[in-house]
Design a protein around this ligand. Structure first.
Ligand code: NAD
Length: 275
């Protein structure tokens, strides 16, 4: 059911489906979306300092009638805030805007070259101080993870990466499973750009579900946490209504076969991205 949770390597439980709020406007838009989401059964929200809506996320949490400990709030340190001291400051600022005394998950947003190991030390401190229940990374490739783990005191609990039927990340997923790092899918719906894909349309008809639901169910059955974004009530509800059907192994493979190793967002190894 939607109450089932993934168990991270430190024992913390994380909902399989969360609401992504990238480009949800701070204030009424993000607050309303989160209220609809909570009513629909969501307990997890994915924001970042970059999204400039942490204050609205915090307001929605404060106004919700769900106990704080049932919610799972993720935020991230932006690239220009990396390094040990700056990350500690950025974290304090995020907590302040959110109006929280801890987050459930704090992520290194991108593996900024020459910086992310120092940043990780700050996340370890934040975790050891109990101010993040779990810590992780985002947009880390296998080589970044290997490099980080070689020196880390704490292994990341989560790696949040671009993941959808055009970018199935099979090697990274199996590496993360081997290491006990939970993979989490960003841009799981490819912003809706894959909704006409004939195989997905056919499967939607077969299961009497929407294409969005077929894709998000494929995430779950691959053991990947997913965070679709919407600010529209019926879509928010639709995107978590994926616990009442199961894709066959053959249909899972048909979806995976749509892979083109094609990124929609930046390549984490592109130095231009960090300039
Ligand atoms: P997404 O794939 O979730 O697509 C969102 C868009 O798809 C919506 O704006 C809407 O146009 C459409 N949509 C959503 N549900 C639909 C439905 N049921 N029917 C029809 N259309 C629907 O894209 P995203 O927002 O880029 O990614 C999701 C979340 O991942 C973000 O909000 C953010 O929290 C996170 N993210 C993280 C990173 C990172 O670097 N860590 C990068 C991008 C996104």
């Amino acid at each position: 059911s939607s109450h089932d949770r993934a168990v991270l390597h430190n024992g913390v439980q994380m909902p399989w489906v969360g609401l992504g709020v990238y480009k949800a406007e701070d204030g009424d838009e993000v607050i309303q979306a989160i209220k609809w989401a909570i009513d629909a059964g969501y307990r997890s929200i994915d924001t970042a300092s970059l999204y400039e809506n942490e204050a609205g996320v915090g307001q929605a949490i404060a106004e919700s009638h769900v106990p704080r400990e049932e919610l799972f709030i993720t935020t991230k340190v932006w690239n220009t805030d990396q390094g040990y001291e700056r990350t500690l400051e950025a974290f304090n600022a995020s907590l302040e805007r959110l109006g929280l005394d801890y987050v459930d998950l704090y992520l290194v947003h991108w593996p900024v070259p020459e910086m992310y190991k120092e940043t990780w030390k700050a996340l370890e401190k934040i975790y050891n101080d109990g101010r993040a229940k779990a810590i992780g990374v985002s947009n880390f490739k296998k080589h970044h993870l290997e490099d980080l783990i070689a020196d880390a005191e704490i292994k990341p609990m989560v790696n949040q990466v671009e993941y959808h039927p055009r970018l199935t990340q099979e090697d990274l997923l199996s590496y993360c499973k081997e290491k006990g790092i939970q993979l989490e899918a960003w841009r799981p719906l490819l912003k809706g750009e894959i909704f006409e894909e004939p195989t997905l349309v056919e499967l939607a008809e077969k299961y009497n579900k929407s294409v969005a639901q077929i894709i998000l169910r494929w995430d779950l059955q691959n053991g990947v946490v997913t965070i679709p974004k919407s600010v529209t009530k019926n879509r928010i509800e639709e995107n978590i209504d994926i616990f009442d059907f199961e894709l066959t192994n053959k249909d899972m493979s048909r979806i995976s076969a749509l892979n083109q190793d094609k990124r929609n967002g930046a390549d984490p190894d592109d130095p231009e991205f960090y300039k």
